[in-house]
Design a protein around this ligand. Structure first.
Ligand SMILES: [Zn+2]
Length: 301
Protein backbone atom coordinates (compact mmCIF):
# COMPACT_ATOMS: atom_id res chain seq x y z
CA UNK A 1 0.00 0.00 0.00
CA UNK A 2 1.20 3.52 -0.61
CA UNK A 3 2.81 5.03 2.45
CA UNK A 4 0.72 7.75 3.93
CA UNK A 5 1.94 11.19 3.42
CA UNK A 6 0.26 13.78 5.45
CA UNK A 7 2.37 16.81 4.78
CA UNK A 8 3.19 19.48 2.19
CA UNK A 9 4.39 22.94 0.39
CA UNK A 10 6.35 26.24 -0.66
CA UNK A 11 9.37 27.05 -2.91
CA UNK A 12 12.30 29.18 -3.68
CA UNK A 13 15.63 28.72 -5.22
CA UNK A 14 18.84 29.70 -3.59
CA UNK A 15 21.15 31.02 -6.16
CA UNK A 16 17.76 32.03 -7.39
CA UNK A 17 17.32 33.72 -4.07
CA UNK A 18 15.86 37.16 -4.38
CA UNK A 19 15.05 40.14 -2.31
CA UNK A 20 14.17 43.74 -1.93
CA UNK A 21 15.80 46.92 -0.77
CA UNK A 22 14.03 49.37 1.47
CA UNK A 23 15.48 52.81 0.92
CA UNK A 24 14.59 56.44 1.56
CA UNK A 25 11.85 57.53 3.86
CA UNK A 26 8.76 57.88 1.68
CA UNK A 27 6.28 55.10 1.10
CA UNK A 28 6.10 55.03 -2.67
CA UNK A 29 6.44 51.46 -3.87
CA UNK A 30 8.55 50.07 -6.64
CA UNK A 31 7.85 46.44 -7.27
CA UNK A 32 10.51 43.97 -8.28
CA UNK A 33 9.70 41.73 -11.22
CA UNK A 34 7.94 38.47 -10.27
CA UNK A 35 10.27 35.78 -9.03
CA UNK A 36 9.69 32.28 -10.31
CA UNK A 37 9.44 29.37 -7.94
CA UNK A 38 8.42 25.76 -8.55
CA UNK A 39 5.84 23.81 -6.56
CA UNK A 40 7.56 22.03 -3.63
CA UNK A 41 10.71 24.21 -3.80
CA UNK A 42 12.14 26.74 -1.35
CA UNK A 43 13.76 30.15 -1.85
CA UNK A 44 15.58 32.68 0.23
CA UNK A 45 14.12 36.16 0.44
CA UNK A 46 16.49 39.02 1.30
CA UNK A 47 15.53 42.48 2.37
CA UNK A 48 17.82 45.40 3.14
CA UNK A 49 17.56 49.07 3.95
CA UNK A 50 19.16 51.82 5.97
CA UNK A 51 18.29 51.69 9.66
CA UNK A 52 16.19 48.51 9.52
CA UNK A 53 15.82 46.74 12.84
CA UNK A 54 13.19 44.15 11.93
CA UNK A 55 11.23 42.82 8.96
CA UNK A 56 8.10 40.71 8.78
CA UNK A 57 6.37 39.19 5.77
CA UNK A 58 2.97 37.70 5.04
CA UNK A 59 1.75 35.29 2.39
CA UNK A 60 -2.00 34.94 2.82
CA UNK A 61 -2.50 34.09 6.48
CA UNK A 62 1.07 32.86 7.04
CA UNK A 63 3.62 35.05 8.77
CA UNK A 64 7.12 34.85 7.35
CA UNK A 65 9.95 35.37 9.85
CA UNK A 66 13.05 37.28 8.79
CA UNK A 67 16.41 36.89 10.53
CA UNK A 68 19.48 39.15 10.54
CA UNK A 69 21.78 38.11 7.70
CA UNK A 70 24.36 40.87 7.69
CA UNK A 71 24.48 44.61 8.23
CA UNK A 72 20.92 45.90 7.71
CA UNK A 73 20.09 42.77 5.72
CA UNK A 74 17.35 40.35 6.72
CA UNK A 75 16.58 37.00 5.15
CA UNK A 76 13.71 34.54 5.24
CA UNK A 77 13.10 31.15 3.78
CA UNK A 78 9.88 30.68 1.92
CA UNK A 79 8.44 27.50 0.53
CA UNK A 80 5.74 26.71 -2.02
CA UNK A 81 3.40 23.80 -1.36
CA UNK A 82 3.66 20.96 -3.85
CA UNK A 83 -0.03 21.54 -4.66
CA UNK A 84 0.06 25.35 -4.58
CA UNK A 85 -2.00 26.91 -7.34
CA UNK A 86 0.29 28.06 -10.15
CA UNK A 87 0.20 31.78 -10.83
CA UNK A 88 1.09 35.04 -9.18
CA UNK A 89 0.98 35.53 -5.43
CA UNK A 90 2.14 38.43 -3.29
CA UNK A 91 4.37 38.54 -0.24
CA UNK A 92 3.65 41.66 1.79
CA UNK A 93 6.59 43.11 3.71
CA UNK A 94 6.65 45.44 6.69
CA UNK A 95 9.91 46.76 8.06
CA UNK A 96 10.62 48.70 11.24
CA UNK A 97 13.42 51.24 11.34
CA UNK A 98 15.65 52.42 14.17
CA UNK A 99 13.77 55.70 14.52
CA UNK A 100 10.51 53.82 15.04
CA UNK A 101 9.20 54.32 11.50
CA UNK A 102 7.69 51.65 9.27
CA UNK A 103 8.15 50.86 5.60
CA UNK A 104 6.10 48.54 3.47
CA UNK A 105 6.82 46.68 0.30
CA UNK A 106 5.90 43.58 -1.59
CA UNK A 107 7.37 40.86 -3.74
CA UNK A 108 5.44 38.97 -6.37
CA UNK A 109 6.05 35.26 -6.67
CA UNK A 110 5.26 33.43 -9.86
CA UNK A 111 4.48 29.85 -8.84
CA UNK A 112 5.23 27.47 -11.67
CA UNK A 113 3.84 23.93 -11.96
CA UNK A 114 6.37 21.14 -11.50
CA UNK A 115 6.15 17.86 -13.37
CA UNK A 116 5.88 15.04 -10.88
CA UNK A 117 6.10 11.36 -11.67
CA UNK A 118 2.71 9.61 -11.95
CA UNK A 119 1.57 5.99 -11.83
CA UNK A 120 -1.83 4.30 -12.12
CA UNK A 121 -2.79 0.93 -10.75
CA UNK A 122 -5.74 -1.05 -9.37
CA UNK A 123 -6.20 -2.80 -6.04
CA UNK A 124 -9.15 -4.89 -4.80
CA UNK A 125 -11.80 -2.60 -3.32
CA UNK A 126 -11.56 -4.11 0.17
CA UNK A 127 -7.91 -3.01 0.44
CA UNK A 128 -8.95 0.50 -0.27
CA UNK A 129 -11.73 1.10 2.23
CA UNK A 130 -11.56 2.05 5.90
CA UNK A 131 -14.00 1.24 8.71
CA UNK A 132 -15.54 4.15 10.67
CA UNK A 133 -13.17 3.30 13.57
CA UNK A 134 -10.13 3.62 11.36
CA UNK A 135 -11.44 6.83 9.81
CA UNK A 136 -11.86 8.27 13.30
CA UNK A 137 -8.30 7.26 14.20
CA UNK A 138 -6.99 8.92 11.03
CA UNK A 139 -8.86 12.10 11.93
CA UNK A 140 -7.32 12.16 15.43
CA UNK A 141 -3.85 11.50 13.97
CA UNK A 142 -4.26 14.43 11.61
CA UNK A 143 -5.27 16.68 14.51
CA UNK A 144 -2.10 15.79 16.41
CA UNK A 145 0.07 16.57 13.39
CA UNK A 146 -1.75 19.85 12.80
CA UNK A 147 -1.13 20.84 16.44
CA UNK A 148 2.55 19.93 16.14
CA UNK A 149 2.93 22.19 13.10
CA UNK A 150 1.52 25.16 14.97
CA UNK A 151 4.24 24.58 17.60
CA UNK A 152 7.38 26.37 16.49
CA UNK A 153 9.81 28.61 18.32
CA UNK A 154 10.61 31.92 16.63
CA UNK A 155 14.34 31.42 17.15
CA UNK A 156 16.10 29.80 14.19
CA UNK A 157 17.58 26.59 15.63
CA UNK A 158 19.05 25.14 12.42
CA UNK A 159 22.36 25.89 10.82
CA UNK A 160 23.22 25.30 7.18
CA UNK A 161 23.34 22.83 5.88
CA UNK A 162 20.79 20.09 6.47
CA UNK A 163 21.92 16.48 6.22
CA UNK A 164 20.29 13.37 4.79
CA UNK A 165 18.83 11.39 7.74
CA UNK A 166 20.19 8.11 6.34
CA UNK A 167 22.70 7.32 3.62
CA UNK A 168 20.46 5.53 1.15
CA UNK A 169 18.96 5.77 -2.31
CA UNK A 170 15.56 7.25 -2.98
CA UNK A 171 12.93 4.55 -3.54
CA UNK A 172 9.96 6.90 -4.05
CA UNK A 173 10.47 10.55 -5.03
CA UNK A 174 8.84 13.68 -3.68
CA UNK A 175 5.55 14.67 -5.29
CA UNK A 176 4.97 11.26 -6.85
CA UNK A 177 1.28 10.91 -7.83
CA UNK A 178 -0.68 7.69 -7.65
CA UNK A 179 -3.98 7.01 -9.36
CA UNK A 180 -5.64 4.02 -7.67
CA UNK A 181 -8.71 2.41 -9.21
CA UNK A 182 -9.03 5.44 -11.43
CA UNK A 183 -9.05 7.94 -8.54
CA UNK A 184 -6.14 10.37 -8.02
CA UNK A 185 -4.73 10.05 -4.49
CA UNK A 186 -2.89 12.48 -2.27
CA UNK A 187 0.57 13.12 -3.70
CA UNK A 188 3.67 11.79 -1.99
CA UNK A 189 4.61 14.60 0.38
CA UNK A 190 8.04 13.32 1.32
CA UNK A 191 10.92 11.27 -0.01
CA UNK A 192 11.29 7.54 0.69
CA UNK A 193 14.82 6.38 1.43
CA UNK A 194 15.58 2.70 0.88
CA UNK A 195 16.90 1.51 4.24
CA UNK A 196 16.60 -1.90 5.91
CA UNK A 197 14.90 -2.15 9.29
CA UNK A 198 17.19 -1.12 12.15
CA UNK A 199 19.17 1.57 10.31
CA UNK A 200 20.01 4.61 12.46
CA UNK A 201 17.91 7.66 11.54
CA UNK A 202 19.59 11.03 12.14
CA UNK A 203 18.14 14.44 12.91
CA UNK A 204 18.72 16.39 9.69
CA UNK A 205 19.46 19.52 11.73
CA UNK A 206 19.28 20.98 15.21
CA UNK A 207 15.83 21.36 16.70
CA UNK A 208 13.29 20.37 19.29
CA UNK A 209 11.09 17.26 19.20
CA UNK A 210 7.45 18.39 18.97
CA UNK A 211 5.72 15.11 18.15
CA UNK A 212 6.41 11.45 18.86
CA UNK A 213 3.81 8.73 18.41
CA UNK A 214 2.41 5.70 16.60
CA UNK A 215 0.04 6.72 13.80
CA UNK A 216 -2.19 4.76 11.42
CA UNK A 217 -0.48 5.75 8.15
CA UNK A 218 2.97 6.87 9.26
CA UNK A 219 3.59 4.33 12.06
CA UNK A 220 6.18 5.34 14.65
CA UNK A 221 6.87 8.96 13.78
CA UNK A 222 9.03 11.87 14.93
CA UNK A 223 8.55 15.55 14.08
CA UNK A 224 11.36 18.08 14.73
CA UNK A 225 10.78 21.84 14.99
CA UNK A 226 13.81 23.71 13.62
CA UNK A 227 12.33 27.13 14.51
CA UNK A 228 10.69 29.75 12.32
CA UNK A 229 7.94 27.28 11.26
CA UNK A 230 10.32 24.82 9.63
CA UNK A 231 9.68 21.17 10.56
CA UNK A 232 11.11 17.85 9.40
CA UNK A 233 9.45 14.44 9.81
CA UNK A 234 10.63 10.83 10.02
CA UNK A 235 8.10 8.00 9.52
CA UNK A 236 7.72 4.19 9.78
CA UNK A 237 10.40 3.82 12.48
CA UNK A 238 10.87 0.48 14.26
CA UNK A 239 12.13 2.31 17.33
CA UNK A 240 12.01 5.89 18.60
CA UNK A 241 14.94 7.16 20.69
CA UNK A 242 13.73 10.65 21.64
CA UNK A 243 10.89 12.12 23.66
CA UNK A 244 8.69 15.15 23.05
CA UNK A 245 10.33 18.35 24.25
CA UNK A 246 13.89 17.05 23.85
CA UNK A 247 16.48 19.17 22.08
CA UNK A 248 18.42 17.34 19.37
CA UNK A 249 21.53 18.33 17.51
CA UNK A 250 22.29 17.77 13.85
CA UNK A 251 23.23 14.14 13.23
CA UNK A 252 21.85 12.83 16.54
CA UNK A 253 20.19 9.40 16.32
CA UNK A 254 16.44 9.89 16.81
CA UNK A 255 15.33 6.34 16.03
CA UNK A 256 15.76 3.23 13.93
CA UNK A 257 14.12 2.73 10.55
CA UNK A 258 11.41 0.17 10.07
CA UNK A 259 8.09 -0.57 8.41
CA UNK A 260 5.48 0.52 10.94
CA UNK A 261 2.25 2.09 9.71
CA UNK A 262 0.62 1.45 6.38
CA UNK A 263 3.57 0.42 4.23
CA UNK A 264 4.56 -2.52 2.08
CA UNK A 265 8.22 -2.72 3.10
CA UNK A 266 10.93 -1.10 5.22
CA UNK A 267 11.93 2.44 4.28
CA UNK A 268 12.33 5.88 5.82
CA UNK A 269 9.82 8.51 4.76
CA UNK A 270 11.48 11.91 5.22
CA UNK A 271 9.43 15.07 4.81
CA UNK A 272 9.53 18.79 5.57
CA UNK A 273 7.14 21.69 6.11
CA UNK A 274 7.95 25.36 5.90
CA UNK A 275 5.27 27.83 6.99
CA UNK A 276 2.67 25.16 6.37
CA UNK A 277 3.92 24.41 2.88
CA UNK A 278 4.83 20.83 2.03
CA UNK A 279 8.30 21.05 0.50
CA UNK A 280 10.83 18.60 -0.89
CA UNK A 281 13.20 17.96 2.07
CA UNK A 282 16.12 17.63 -0.34
CA UNK A 283 15.65 21.34 -1.09
CA UNK A 284 17.02 21.96 2.44
CA UNK A 285 20.22 20.17 1.49
CA UNK A 286 20.53 21.53 -2.03
CA UNK A 287 19.74 25.18 -1.38
CA UNK A 288 21.00 25.89 2.13
CA UNK A 289 24.59 24.96 1.50
CA UNK A 290 25.94 28.48 1.83
CA UNK A 291 25.64 29.28 -1.87
CA UNK A 292 26.21 32.89 -2.81
CA UNK A 293 23.36 35.09 -1.64
CA UNK A 294 20.95 36.46 -4.19
CA UNK A 295 20.49 40.01 -5.36
CA UNK A 296 18.65 42.65 -3.43
CA UNK A 297 16.12 44.33 -5.68
CA UNK A 298 14.82 47.82 -4.97
CA UNK A 299 11.19 47.78 -3.97
CA UNK A 300 10.57 50.94 -1.95
CA UNK A 301 12.10 54.36 -2.53
ZN1 LIG B 1 6.79 8.13 1.74
Amino acid sequence: MPPACILAVVTATLGLSFGVVFAGSTSQKLEAKPTQILQGDIAELRVSGTGLISVEGRIGKETIRFYPAGREIYSALIGVDLQAKPGLTKILLRATTRNGGHREGQITLNIKPKKFQEESFSVPQEFDQFSPDVLERIRLDQERFARAFTTSVSERLWEAQFIRPAQADISSPFGYRRVINGTPRAPHTGVDLRVPTGTEVLASNRGRIVLVGDFFFSGNSVVIDHGGSLHTMYFHLSEIKVVEGAEVHKGEVIGLSGMTGRVSGPHLHWAARLNGARIDPFELIKKLGGASPGDLHPIVE
